[in-house]
Design a protein around this ligand. Structure first.
Ligand code: URA
Length: 498
């Protein structure tokens, strides 16, 4: 809780800690209501040497301002959200800046919408820097194992730019719930004993253990996923700035890899096969026996009584031309009946090979977010608007190509029959193609995201983005923000599921 020392004409608010948002909020609200201008208030942190300069008679924020003006004013949500992030910034001026903007909001209620305003821009830049730091911590924390057996514990050393440990700790709890771990940083530490999270003081690097077996594992992994032909040194350094390298076991490999990359890329180009991968022909032959000469008819599945029957019939679908290049039909998967069905666009490269929906990178992202939102993937049915992978070959790679309206319409036959057998009361449209198939017309996802549209047959359709959209966002901070929005959508789905 913050305390206010009054040494007129300036007031000094002493906050309990570096990210004491509650303390700041209580004091700031009281001061703003009392009409105390921003240049009359100083903000310090208890325990800081500078805080003692302002030592005086301390009062709780609410007591210190008797006679406070009772007029209230509403603070826009955008400011509240920005403040939650900005308090984690390392700039000692952050609390003063936040109070200045809060004070201005009394007279300028639309201030947060003025992107050119110096104060607003500064707050947004600070929030962006904090979000980026949060993302870097998630990407670059590397645990080292200490102890063994029941005393096994993992410790990581990380050097953040800002006071983000407390804000970021719940992410690590979710990601490493079953592990006992401690993250040490110069600013604060976080400890998870398997049931309880404790935030403690900062530490020094010598408190963290050095080298363990996991280091070698990381190096081997990094070397094996390294593709010299795709090396872009500048992009890599932007994503993995050099200052993080010293704490990353795999970073010791980078200089040599950069040196050898050009040579290796040339070798790879020379070796590149011109034939399609052998698995393609093999799987295709299994699923696509050549139809008898002159026979262009196929079973249509209209009388299928189970999903298994329907999916077997779909194996020989010729409703559009996509079957020709795809490895196999990728049908939906999940229980029937099911209350919820998730509909994607079409199988990707991985799904085409595996014959199962959402098992590649977009599927892994979806799985993770469903776990975070508390939705059990095994209890929902997952399928696609289009059941064959559409792609353009580029060298050895197959690049995703968007299905056209005719292909979506042709494949709707299968989706309609799946829905008739599953009888869900909620369908989640992951992206525009799924929405188009479910609603029978093009839909602007960016405008309608998060909304539910009820079809004539009573099926509720929840609209959101496709998870692969998140994978394509280049800026890590923006990607994180979108991840948060997608998670919120999945939580809304969870709520709709009842
Ligand atoms: N994208 C989709 O829309 N569906 C999948 O199955 C995989 C990726």
């Amino acid at each position: 809780m913050a305390a206010i020392a009054r040494s007129l004409p300036r007031m000094t608010v002493k906050l309990a800690g570096q990210t004491d948002l509650d303390g700041w909020r209580t004091a700031a609200r009281a001061l703003a209501m009392k009409g105390v201008p921003a240049d009359q208030v100083g903000w310090t942190i208890a325990g800081n040497a500078s805080a003692d300069l302002f030592a005086g008679t301390d009062h709780a924020a609410s007591e210190a301002l008797p006679g406070a003006d009772s007029t209230t004013f509403t603070v826009p949500r955008a400011f509240v959200e920005l403040a939650e992030t900005v308090v984690c910034h390392r700039d000692p001026e952050r609390f003063a800046l936040l109070y200045r903007v809060l004070y201005r909001l009394r007279e300028e209620p639309h201030l947060m919408k003025i992107g050119s305003d110096t104060d607003v821009r500064r707050l947004e830049a600070m929030a962006k820097s904090v979000r980026r730091d949060i993302h870097k911590m998630r990407a670059f924390v590397r645990f080292r194992r200490i102890g063994g057996g029941p005393d096994d514990r993992h410790v990581a050393w990380f050097e953040p730019d800002h006071f983000i440990v407390e804000a970021n700790a719940p992410f690590f709890v979710r990601r490493f719930t079953g592990m006992r771990w401690t993250i040490l940083t110069p600013l604060a530490s976080a400890d998870w004993d398997g049931t309880r999270l404790t935030i403690g003081p900062g530490a020094t690097k010598t408190d963290a253990p050095s080298e363990d077996d996991a280091e070698t594992l990381w190096r081997t992994y990094f070397a094996s996923i390294f593709n010299p032909a795709r090396l872009k040194v500048k992009a890599m350094q932007a994503e993995m700035p050099k200052r993080y390298w010293r704490n990353l076991p795999e970073a010791s490999l980078i200089p040599d890899m950069i040196r050898g990359a050009e040579e290796k890329a040339r070798e790879m180009v020379e070796k590149q096969p011109s034939e399609p991968a052998p698995h393609h022909a093999k799987i295709q032959a299994r699923h696509w026996p050549a139809p008898p000469a002159g026979d262009s008819t196929t079973q249509d599945g209209a009388d299928a009584r189970t999903l298994a029957e329907l999916s077997r019939t779909a194996e020989s679908c010729r409703r559009c031309d996509l079957w020709r290049d795809a490895t196999q039909t990728v049908f939906g998967e999940g229980p029937a009946p099911a209350r919820v069905v998730f509909v994607g666009e079409q199988p990707g490269d991985h799904e085409d090979i595996a014959g199962k929906p959402f098992v590649g990178p977009a599927g892994r992202l979806l799985d993770g977010v469903l776990v975070e939102a508390g939705v059990d993937r095994d209890a929902v049915y997952v399928t696609n608007a289009v059941k064959h992978f559409k792609f353009e070959p580029r060298g050895k790679r197959r690049i995703h190509a968007r299905p056209n309206a005719g292909e979506v319409k042709a494949c709707r036959w299968w989706l309609d029959h799946e829905l008739a057998l599953i009888r869900p009361d909620l369908a989640v449209a992951l992206g525009a193609t799924a929405a188009q198939s479910l609603l029978g017309k093009p839909v602007a996802i960016t405008k309608l995201r998060g909304q539910v549209i009820v079809r004539d047959d009573g099926l509720r359709v929840f609209l959101t983005v496709h998870p692969s959209y998140l994978l394509r966002i280049p800026d890590p901070a923006d990607r994180d923000a979108e991840h948060g929005r997608f998670l919120a959508d999945m939580k809304a789905v969870k709520a709709l599921m009842g």
